[in-house]
Design a protein around this ligand. Structure first.
Ligand SMILES: [Zn+2]
Length: 398
């Protein structure tokens, strides 16, 4: 049972976070507006604002227009008052960034993955994070990590990531021990969804968004009512391993045959080129995605057919999502987006062909706005939107 004191503390924290949330959501805002929007009394707002100013999280930036009485003092988020570290554990790179409260990247460190197994990836992750911690000249809120595979965010565990042979791997705990900071880990596609939602500035009809991450692997992140929906086991949005070619599909790294990932990902495109001598001889070894994208842009018919086939199956997957969720904004991120508008148009057409027209008509399918930074910015966004984490770092003057 809650004691009276604990309940009071809880209410206070809730109100404080509510005020801070509104400071985040506005360019500038006065105490009177905060009171009106939050429904808190002016006295309560003034007390909370005093605390926020003392924490250095907001600044008084000028005088607003008077609505009759005294001209109000305007408050603005002190966007550089805290730094957050975002880390994207991608297929071939570890990319980390030092980010401010508005999602602006202050410093980026990237290193190609040297070895995938054993302790080596962790050593490289430490090298990236060490540099970012060293570079920060503001209090650090924490570390947000996006990783491929199935993740249990609450326990900070990577349940299964085939790329690195991680099984029930306590990644958050390991990083927390070393850096003595809050650490949160998310599936890379789920993080990308949160990044696009918070920083992509979409004109959403509802507070819902689907982000499909189509790169070496395929996954998606679902934002429902402004929150990441992770499902009962953390695996919501794992569309990459839905079987789309039950007969004769290639073997997937998950063990099944014909998963969406075996047709519509960059690894699928690369594999199909490498396995086809007539195609592979058009490229210099080792064949890279760069070369394939270039051939596609120059109109290589066989490559275009392969990419459009990938888009066709992706479009069917999108139709299934549209039919299930009726979410009107769908955004693609990941390396497959390098195939651009013609690839996207095949996805749109297929989606329409396999959906109720009433649902398909109101659905927008676009390419994401954050480019390759979606995952790491999303991992950061999760920490920033946990307003409680931002308090208690009172300014150490330099
Ligand atoms: Zn699979």
């Amino acid at each position: 049972m809650h004691s009276k004191k604990a309940t009071h503390q809880h209410t206070k924290e809730h109100n404080r976070n509510l005020v801070l949330k509104n400071i985040f959501e506005h360019e500038v805002i006065s105490r009177a507006e905060l009171s009106r929007i939050t429904g808190l009394t002016r006295t309560t707002v003034s007390e909370i604002v005093a605390e926020i100013l003392e924490e250095g999280l907001a600044l008084e930036v000028g005088i607003g227009e008077s609505a009759g009485g005294k001209s109000p003092i305007l408050l603005s988020l002190a966007k550089d008052s805290r730094h957050i570290i975002g880390l994207d554990i991608a297929q071939d790179h570890f990319r980390g960034a030092l980010v401010n409260l508005r999602g602006e990247i202050k410093k980026m460190v990237s290193t190609p993955v040297a070895e995938r197994f054993g302790a080596k990836p962790l050593t490289q992750i430490f090298e990236v994070l060490d540099q970012l911690v060293e570079a920060s000249d503001q209090p650090l809120v924490g570390i947000g990590v996006g990783t491929p595979g199935l993740v249990n965010t609450a326990e900070g565990m990577v349940i299964n990531a085939v790329n690195f042979d991680w099984k029930d791997y306590p990644l958050a705990h390991i990083l927390r021990e070393r850096y003595e900071l809050p650490v949160f880990i998310y599936n890379d596609s789920q993080a990308a969804a949160m990044g696009e939602y918070l920083y992509g500035k979409y004109n959403l009809k509802g507070d819902n968004l689907i982000v499909i991450n189509a790169g070496y692997g395929i996954g998606s992140g679902l934002i429902i009512n402004g929150r990441l929906f992770q499902g009962d086991g953390g695996g919501a949005g794992e569309i990459g391993h839905v079987v789309v070619l039950p007969q004769g599909g290639a073997q997937c790294r998950c063990g099944h045959h014909g998963c969406l990932e075996t047709v519509s990902s960059t690894q699928a495109i690369l594999r199909q080129v490498r396995e086809n001598p007539a195609l592979s001889r058009r490229f210099a070894e080792p064949i890279t995605l760069d070369e394939i994208v270039e051939a596609y842009q120059q109109g290589d018919e066989d490559i275009r057919e392969m990419v459009f086939n990938a888009a066709y199956y992706m479009g069917r997957a999108v139709a299934a999502l549209v039919g299930t969720l009726d979410i009107h904004q769908i955004v693609f991120v990941g390396e497959m987006t390098r195939f651009g508008e013609p690839w996207l148009e095949v996805i749109r057409q297929t989606m329409r062909e396999f959906s109720l027209s009433r649902l398909a008509q109101s659905t927008e399918v676009e390419i994401g706005k954050l480019g390759s930074n979606a995952t790491l910015l999303g991992a950061v966004a999760m920490l920033v939107s946990n307003y409680s984490l931002l308090f208690g770092h009172r300014f150490r003057s330099k």
